[in-house]
Design a protein around this ligand. Structure first.
Ligand SMILES: C[S@@+](CC[C@H](N)C(=O)[O-])C[C@H]1O[C@@H](n2cnc3c(N)ncnc32)[C@H](O)[C@@H]1O
Length: 278
């Protein structure tokens, strides 16, 4: 096959214009170019004289124009300053979830036994263990596909977390000092109205647990009562507007809400719970 070489600055200008015309972010072009060239975006911007074959970039952009999330096309995304591999088998880690990670890092006692329920890409579990090597972290997911991605991230980030397939805590043993989870929490009606970029590409099992949105949160609390060590804590990410429902569930299921930490948009995001009387 013959390559057609073009100046980077010409390809870049043409495709950035096309992005704008399609209502997409022209920075997507720069990020994909930087992946192709294997250099930072600043290098791409400064080296318009380079010659390249535009065909691979155009193929990736065709996927982007068709609505596929940029992170899946690139095959990676940043979370808590580390690069995580991502594809359609896992939820794309969101910046909001860094609030849950910070909350856990601040509060986990030294040497704590931690379980991350619904680990997806492994972003929470691996970050906790890399930031706090004293923690003993088990990451579980019901999705075998997701666990394969978490295992790849564990290997590339030099992590030592344990991974297991489990429906919540059913296939695990022992007690935990910290049960952490970013569970699926979008009510089914809202799921149907999500942007197609999310609904048609990210795994449904990662997004919605049922009509109320709180089904998995309620099940986690039900199991946690038996599986928390003395002074143990449950830390959960919750969705927009879920604070009151989660407070009511916690009370019904024998938990005190100790703190709720807001995200950068001042939305209640990470809930810290302890079992009544412990
Ligand atoms: C919102 S995603 C969170 C992924 C990742 N922890 C993150 O924060 O980006 C929820 C995850 O929970 C998993 N999951 C859903 N139901 C589950 C269940 N009953 N038991 C274990 N994992 C479950 C999904 O497969 C998905 O990976």
């Amino acid at each position: 096959m013959r390559l057609t070489m073009t100046r980077l600055q010409n390809v870049r200008a043409r495709l950035r214009d096309e992005a704008l015309g399609r209502g997409k972010n022209p920075r997507d072009v720069d990020l994909l170019l930087s992946d192709l060239v294997g250099k930072p975006v600043t290098y791409v911007i400064a080296h318009g004289e380079l010659e390249l074959d535009a065909a691979p970039l155009e193929a990736m952009l065709a996927r982007r124009w068709a609505g596929e999330p940029l992170q899946y096309i690139r095959g990676h995304t940043e979370f808590y300053s580390r690069e995580f591999l991502v594809d359609e088998r896992v939820l794309i880690p969101r910046p909001d979830t860094e609030v849950l990670v910070e909350t856990a890092l601040d509060r986990a006692p030294r040497g704590a036994r931690v379980v991350d329920i619904g680990t997806g890409s492994g972003c929470i579990a691996i970050t906790l263990e890399r930031e706090r090597p004293d923690l003993r972290v088990l990451a579980i997911d019901r999705s075998i596909d997701a666990l394969a991605v978490a295992a790849a991230n564990r290997a590339r980030l030099g992590s030592h977390i344990a991974l297991a397939a489990s429906d919540l805590l059913a296939s695990t043993r022992g007690v935990f000092d910290l049960i952490v989870s970013n569970p699926p929490y979008i009510p089914r009606d809202e799921y149907d109205g999500l942007a197609t970029e999310v609904r048609d590409h990210e795994p449904r099992i990662a997004l919605t647990p049922g009509p109320r949105g709180t089904e998995i949160i309620s099940r986690i609390l039900g199991e946690a009562l038996q599986r928390l060590a003395r002074n143990g804590r449950v830390m959960l990410e919750i969705g927009y507007g879920q604070e009151d429902a989660v407070r009511a569930l916690a009370d019904e299921q024998g938990f005190d809400v100790e703190t709720i930490v807001n995200d950068l948009a001042a939305i209640p995001r990470a809930v810290v719970l302890s079992a009544h009387g412990r």
